[in-house]
Design a protein around this ligand. Structure first.
Ligand SMILES: Cc1cc2nc3c(=O)[nH]c(=O)nc-3n(C[C@H](O)[C@H](O)[C@H](O)COP(=O)(O)O)c2cc1C
Length: 149
C-alpha cells in the first residue's frame, strides 16, 4: 500500500507519541456510541476489533458510565460501575490490541443529563435542578457537598 499515495498524506501513516504510549499512525477513532454498549459486549468488541484490523492507530469506546449514579439512560452505553464490568471492557481492549492499536475509553459522569432510570439513584450534579434529557424524565439532580468532597 502507498506507492501512489500523495505525499501530503504521508504524515497520517507516521507514529505519534501520546504521553507514555505511541500510536502507530494518526488515524484516531474518537469516542462514539454504537448502540451495543453493556448489553452487547461481544458485538462491540468485534466492531472495535474490525477497526483495529483495518489499521486505525487509536480506537476508543463510547461514553463509559464511571459510576452507578451516572446513567446515560435510556441510551445503552458502556458501564464501569464496578469490577464486574471489567471482563467486557477487557474483551474490547484485547480485540483492539490484537492489531497493535491503542485502546482508549471515555470515562463519563452524566450529572444533570443522567436520569438513572435503572438504578433509581438520585443524580448528582453541580446544580440541583431538574435533569435535562430529551425525554424530560421527572427526576431532579442533587448537589451534595459531602459526596462531592
Ligand atoms: C453515533 C455517534 C455517537 C457518538 N458518541 C459519542 C460519545 O460517546 N462520546 C463523545 O464524546 N462524542 C460522541 N460523538 C461525537 C463524536 O465523537 C464526534 O465528536 C463527532 O462525530 C464529530 O466528529 P467529526 O467532526 O470527526 O465527525 C458521537 C457521534 C456520533 C455520530
Amino acid at each position: 500500500m502507498g506507492t501512489n499515495r500523495d505525499p501530503r498524506y504521508d504524515i497520517l501513516f507516521e507514529p505519534v507519541q501520546i504521553g507514555p504510549v505511541t500510536a502507530k499512525n494518526r488515524f484516531y477513532q474518537v469516542p462514539h456510541c454504537n448502540g451495543g454498549g453493556y448489553r452487547d459486549p461481544s458485538a462491540a468488541a468485534r466492531m472495535r476489533g474490525i477497526k483495529a484490523e483495518g489499521g486505525w492507530g487509536v480506537i476508543f469506546t463510547e461514553q463509559n458510565e464511571m459510576h452507578h449514579s451516572s446513567e446515560i439512560s435510556p441510551y445503552i452505553e458502556l458501564r464501569l460501575w464496578d469490577d464486574d464490568d471489567l471482563p467486557m471492557l477487557a474483551k474490547m481492549a484485547d480485540a483492539i490490541h490484537e492489531y497493535d492499536a491503542l485502546a482508549g475509553t471515555q470515562l463519563t459522569y452524566a450529572g444533570i443529563n443522567g436520569p438513572n432510570l435503572y438504578s433509581k439513584e438520585v443524580p448528582l450534579a453541580p446544580t440541583a435542578m431538574p435533569i435535562r434529557t430529551y425525554t424530560s424524565d421527572p427526576v431532579s439532580a442533587r448537589h451534595d457537598q459531602k459526596r462531592h468532597s
